[in-house]
Design a protein around this ligand. Structure first.
Ligand SMILES: Cc1cc2nc3c(=O)[nH]c(=O)nc-3n(C[C@H](O)[C@H](O)[C@H](O)COP(=O)(O)O)c2cc1C
Ligand SMILES: C=C(O[C@@H]1CC(C(=O)O)=C[C@@H](OP(=O)(O)O)[C@H]1O)C(=O)O
Length: 371
């Protein structure tokens, strides 16, 4: 069950939703990167459970305990390790799920693969809770990238079966006013009107004992041209690999993505022009990536998040011990929609993938030595 990511950086995530703690170790981060613990906590708070009536009622502080690798507010170059204690667990909600698996969750596949020795409580190592340590590592990566002028932002592009849409992120250049508006809201939308309609849709799904999903759009501004690799280690590969590590993500695409299949070449190509002496694409259907390598335009990608598996309605399942059909009504506290809390997780995933690629290409500036 190794949960490891990276080529130059090595991120390892451990723990289960209801084990004493969850955490991460992060190797390969250069020495001398400033880590603002208060800013990192604010980032973790955007994902944390129990903060909003559109989310699970499980309440956790999600405050990292730093074990190694950061001294005097800077990385030391040694492996970084941190844990988060799990405190608000209600494992009895999961008692029956080893036997009668939830449709849409990992109870069935975990039982098959791990010979029924898996931890079923809270979804075990499969839980969305494991995205908290992903955000610790990603929060450090975001702060590292900020030192070289890279800014990553995500929002809810579309929510629910009716496709309630937010305004798109600027795909051509960093729009500070747009990013400020996005960051000012406690719900991850640019448009206040869209945020209100999305909230109402989540609460309606919850009251209907159901759940909804949506699409998150993420943009990385300030990535220089020429970062990445062809074929198997391209920026698309790296971002998709970590994004698919986020539970409930079922699709990832870049730029015009699947819609490109419905365009002609003359519509989808991004024509080049010389701007201030530099070649620059006029449009960004490529999502800032050609041949796996950055073009210098914003890297824009989307991830589709499925509707939460654990819903309050009776569902058809099977009793795996009895070998018979069964009916299951899931108990416990669940997100009626995962999407809002997964927005900072998309930013974390993108930051880790880009930092790893920049380090591998020798494009991440070495921090100045300490005086
Ligand atoms: C932040 C976050 C919160 C989640 N909350 C829940 C939840 O409350 N209930 C649930 O059934 N699934 C939740 N999930 C999704 C499940 O963990 C996920 O669907 C499951 O592990 C199966 O993996 P898969 O959907 O990627 O195949 C959450 C995921 C994330 C990223
Ligand atoms: C705790 C978190 O989300 C959990 C993710 C989750 C799942 O199945 O993925 C199921 C729920 O777990 P529990 O039954 O223990 O409340 C969510 O609350 C978190 O994101 O920090």
């Amino acid at each position: 069950m190794a949960s490891v990511f990276g080529t130059v950086i090595h991120l390892s995530i451990f723990g289960q939703s209801h084990s004493p703690a969850i955490g991460c170790s992060l190797d390969g981060i250069p020495a001398g990167i400033p880590v603002d613990a208060a800013a990192l906590q604010r980032f973790l708070d955007r994902r944390a459970p129990g903060r909003d009536d559109t989310a699970t009622r499980r309440r956790e502080a999600d405050a990292p305990e730093w074990l190694s690798g950061i001294v005097d507010g800077h990385t030391t170059g040694a492996p970084i390790a941190a844990i988060i204690r799990n405190t608000d667990t209600r494992s009895q909600d999961y008692d029956g799920l080893r036997r009668v698996p939830r449709p849409g969750h990992a109870d069935f596949t975990a039982r098959v693969k791990y010979g029924n020795w898996h931890d079923v409580a809270g979804g075990g190592h499969f839980s969305g809770r494991l995205t908290a340590p992903l955000c610790i590592a990603g929060g450090i990566a975001l702060q590292a990238l900020a030192t070289m002028g890279i800014d990553i932002a995500a929002h809810i592009q579309s929510l629910g079966p009716e496709g309630i849409a937010d305004e798109p992120l600027d795909e051509l250049e960093r729009d500070e006013a747009q990013l400020a508006a996005l960051r000012a809201h406690n719900f991850p939308c640019i448009s206040t009107d869209a945020a209100g309609r999305m909230r109402a849709a989540i609460l309606a799904a919850r009251d209907d004992l159901d759940s909804i999903g949506g699409v998150i759009e993420c943009a990385a501004y300030g990535v220089p041209a020429g970062v990445g690799d062809p074929m198997f280690d391209g920026l698309e590969n790296r971002i998709a690999r970590i994004a698919f590590g986020i539970p409930a993500v079922k699709g990832v695409d870049f730029g015009s993505g699947f819609a490109a299949a419905y365009l002609t070449g003359s519509e989808n190509n991004d024509p080049f022009r010389m701007v201030d002496g530099q070649p620059r694409p006029e449009t960004n259907n490529a999502g800032g990536i050609l041949g796996g390598i950055s073009t210098g335009m914003p890297i824009v990608w989307q991830m589709a998040v499925k509707p939460t598996a654990s819903i309050g309605r009776a569902q058809r399942s099977v009793d795996l011990d009895a070998g018979a059909d069964a009916e299951l009504t899931v108990r416990g506290r669940h997100d009626p929609c995962i999407v809002p809390r997964a927005v900072p997780v998309a930013e974390a995933a993108c930051a880790l993938a880009l930092l790893d690629a920049l380090l591998e290409d020798g494009r991440f500036p070495t921090p100045a030595p300490r005086n």
